[in-house]
Design a protein around this ligand. Sequence first.
Ligand SMILES: *Cc1c(COP(=O)(O)O)cnc(C)c1O
Length: 423
Amino acid sequence: MNKKPESTGLHSAGTGTRVVWGGEQVKHPYNATQTPIVASAAYGYDDIDQWYDVALGKAPGFIYSRMSNPTVEVLEAKLCALENAESAVAFSSGMAAISSVLYSFLQHGQRVVSTKDSYGGTNKIFEEFLPRMGVAVTLCETFDHQQIEREIAKGCDVLYLETPTNPTLKIVDIQRLVAAAKQVGALVVADNTFATPLNQNPLALGVDVVIHSATKFLSGHGDVLGGLVCGSETLMAQVRHYREINGAALDPFSAYLIIRGIKTLALRVRQQQHSARALAEFLGSEPLVESVNYPGLPNHPNHAVACAQMRGFGAIVSFVLVGGMDTVKLLLPRLRYAHCAGNLGAVETIYGPARTTSHVENTLEERLALGISEGLVRVSVGIEDTDDLLADLKQAFAWVRRSLQPDAAVQTSLAEPCVEAAN
Ligand SMILES: *Cc1c(COP(=O)(O)O)cnc(C)c1O
């Protein structure tokens, strides 16, 4: 079922077409136009020889849904169409995908090189679980490409990249680091969650394995968990084998929701990144904001690399508030069109401080060591009208300014909880 777009007639189609038709140019039972949710743990055979052939992979078919499932396979084929991959494997969450990739390709005595900025859960695997397995981990300064190259040259089995990073929106130069990794024969893995396949295709830049948290932009509605991995058939066979045994398979109901979400990925992300730029520009002019992180801003330290390897700059912006957590606590509850939550990539705008979202697993000391200050807020820009999102942010800042005035104690006490303010 996992097929490159060339074999499905999608090779000349743009992303907006691929998200709709990728993996779905197949006939379904009853002539259904939508992918059926096949809710069956096992698949039955009267012919024992046929059963055996399917079990051995000599004939097409399904045996048990921890191994493969028809609904999940459509999703896997869709990702292949989006990332131009030979094969894909779906998992029960992004972290299941990330941990399974690392455990599939690393063993005792080997070494992984990555950056200090990565998703909080990924960072925990590097700091806590891989060392326990006897895998050496070196995390480099994300902006210091020379240090990363030096560490790769010392010997490296897996180079693990995430770009743009969460929540600091740093950009690493994929092609440059792939070149260094190939010199020592290292496998290169990239978390492409923030960019989405609309903006960046790491396989085309030489990366071997691409990972997505499908919980985020791919599903797009904040109502499902899932993870996806793609790459060559040979590499994915290893990852699929690991999934069969560790059991972190995606269920068909979730697969269906992710398939449905992906169909609007291009529409959503185009609108979201249009607003993200507008918000980033406004935040850059706001005196209560110390700094803004958005790769689309010309003053972003890696703007040139972002322009070279991305088609768009994504829908996530982060900024540091003057006054740290005290200001965060004033600003966020005043926003009308925003969830204050730990998710991202949904149709609603979502604000969250790194302390309670991406890096909730880390201690204060760990966060500070990772360069994540207490006033850092991440915005996942939704599909609302750009003007409404801008006006909302402006009124919230105006309120914060008023309440920071010396005689404003009464007003400050009027701060409402976030949920009520959002209604
Ligand atoms: C959310 C996220 C993950 C983890 O995905 P889950 O689906 O929550 O397990 C991994 N990487 C990035 C960049 C993320 O944003």
